[in-house]
Design a protein around this ligand. Structure first.
Ligand SMILES: O=C(O)CCC(=O)C(=O)O
Ligand SMILES: [Fe+2]
Length: 210
């Protein structure tokens, strides 16, 4: 797969990544009484190498979506690792899964990666489907490559209320009722370069306290 991106385009800050996979770097940002974000910038070191490795080795698929009466290609590639495939993740992501599982008291038992090849790729406003099975969720996202806008809004309509930039090894965790009562999107952006996100999800309920 040929992708036009360069390390130097990521605007790498040498200070970033100093606290590699350091959970103390997580900062809680409440969205409302029931929903929150935890954010750590530059959490995964060498994110450009990890992006490269995943571009080469992840089981990418091009999915289609039914829109009205036409099948359209999703504007991104996706790769999924089920519960019995997680040992195929690159070591740094296996480490992140362990650490975050301990931190939030839950087993992250699937992973899904999105490859935004360029600015024409994106993901529309949505809440993750895990909300249909669980009253509260923790969804982990690790952004690699170029930072892109990651927007959130309360409810299912209206303008964004929160803007984050995610990429560059950033960790963004959406928790509480965020998938039920908020939506998120990575909008298309004509100027954007390649970005890859790795998300981790759990299928069992969270413990009462975490
Ligand atoms: O790429 C991202 O940061 C978000 C991806 C996402 O929302 C999803 O996979 O459900
Ligand atoms: Fe999502």
């Amino acid at each position: 797969m040929a992708l036009a991106w360069q390390d130097s385009l990521f605007g790498e800050d040498p200070a970033e990544g100093a606290g590699a996979l350091d959970l103390h770097a997580l900062q809680r940002r409440p969205l409302d009484e029931r929903s929150w974000l935890d954010v750590a910038r530059g959490w995964v070191p060498d994110h450009a190498d990890l992006l490269d490795e995943l571009v080469r080795t992840a089981p990418w698929r091009q999915r289609e979506r039914r829109v009205w009466d036409a099948d359209v290609l999703e504007p991104r590639l996706v790769a999924v690792w089920g519960a019995d495939e997680l040992d195929r993740l690159p070591p740094i992501l296996r480490g992140a899964r362990e650490l975050l599982g301990e931190r939030y008291g839950v087993e992250f038992d699937s992973a899904l990666a999105n490859l935004y090849r360029d600015g024409r790729d994106g993901v529309a406003w949505h809440g993750d489907t895990v909300r249909k099975r669980l009253p509260e969720t923790v969804v982990v996202t690790i952004g690699l490559g170029e930072r892109r806008r990651f927007l959130l809004r309360p409810g299912a309509a209206g303008p964004p209320a929160v803007r984050l930039d995610s990429g560059g090894g950033d960790l963004v965790v959406m928790g509480g009722r965020c998938q039920h009562e908020w939506q998120h999107t990575v909008p298309k952006d004509a100027r954007a370069g390649t970005r890859l996100s790795v998300t981790m999800r759990h299928s069992r309920p969270l413990p009462a306290r975490r």
